[in-house]
Ligand binder design. Sequence first.
Ligand code: ATP
Ligand code: MN
Length: 479
Amino acid sequence: MRRTKISELLKAAETEKEVVVQGWVRTRRGNKQVSFIALNDGSTINNIQIVADNDKFDEALLKRITAGAALSVGGRTVASIGSGQAIEIQATSIEVLGDCDPEKYPLQPKKHSLEFLRENAHLRFRTNMFGAIMRVRHNMIFAVHKFFNERGFYNIHTPLITASDCEGAGEMFRVTTLDLENVPRNEEGKVDYAQDFFGRSTNLTVSGQLEGELAATALANIYTFGPTFRAENSNTSRHLAEFWMIEPEMAFFDLQDNMDLAEEFLKYLIRYALDNCMDDLKFLSARQQEEEKNKKAEERGMELIEKLQFVLANDFARVKYSEAIDILMNSKANKKGQFKYEVTGFGVDLQSEHERYLVEKHFKKPVILIDYPKEIKAFYMKLNDDNRTVRAMDVLFPGIGEIIGGSQREENYEKLVGRMKEMGVPYEEMSWYLDTRRFGSVPHSGFGLGFERLILFVTGMGNIRDVIPFPRTPKNAEF
Ligand code: ATP
Ligand code: MN
């Protein structure tokens, strides 16, 4: 008999059915006569309760039914009063597929700290919390593709190994097959990359945007969704060295269109989570409230599901960088020196504390900041007529800060090269990119959504290391 998934069983909630379920024991309790086994198979946060009359099974077998053990159970569904579900299974056969020695198993049937689970990252999939996060993550991956497919966007795979190091988005990881013990040198005494695998120096990508632009200036609407690598040396709760980024790029889009798409996209993803992940969201909401119960009322976040619905119900504020600077300069927090970095005027790069102040304290909803000073943004952003700001947009979210960064791109060849010269970008090496502006250039725009930052928001988790299966951060790549 094929196994029935627990999610399907609980949904159908039919009694008097012969079924086989397979999964892992979450808990076992009971008395002399009867055992109650909570079994989970990953298909849902909810467990099915197995009821076993002890006299029908060998004592030796029953002993092996411990938390973490893998079972195959045959039985009949019956109405349940005590399990929290409509039905449970009266077991007729139990096979232990894999034992789990309770003396040695690191996960105990109790609450573990997030740190402990990070140190045992190979086992965290087995916790309710991580199971819920992984199911939400999967649903969000699917929704990303669904959103773009429904709108006629093409998914483009951009290279992970790149020779361009001019994005300026962060420190890069080098890719090489050179012998580090014995690095070849050229006549000038420099590393001789001519002898390296690609015959030149190469790195892991920090963004697929530049390649995305090549595709967008032919296919019109494209998106990438791939791993992104930044040797960020800051150990923050919002940065990973390896993360996933979604980068749509659209021909014939100006900044307004770009903002509209970003807002529609984020709302679509959040709505998808509410429509498809409610059981997991309820669990994660309870987890968050438990975690925050010792915090002061004003430091507590909004309840998770309420927060997601709140984002759907409100238009994002659209604000110029210069207005944001005025708001921050005049804020009590700035005047009283409560920011770690004081806001001193036009030109400062906003820190996450400032972004969060704007979102959480001032506007009290998501904010799209536009028209940043050109000096603090990338070379490819379209220059405004004022010659001092560029058509950049950052989408700022409560609890997160920047979740999306994007812009309208400079489509004018001369202006773009001018900016590259000003910013010291090696434009001679980038003729492949500049060709988009030489041949049939069009206004176009795009943005990058950090996938893990989205998952942080949707799950209510506080640390980005807990929303990716295998986090890569400074000094940490064990699992
Ligand atoms: P930040 O200022 O937060 O470091 P950024 O300006 O470097 O962000 P972009 O280069 O615009 O970010 O990248 C686009 C998006 O990718 C960001 O809005 C964010 O959601 C995400 N992102 C950037 N760096 C990281 C990282 N190290 N780990 C996870 N997500 C990231
Ligand atoms: Mn960064």
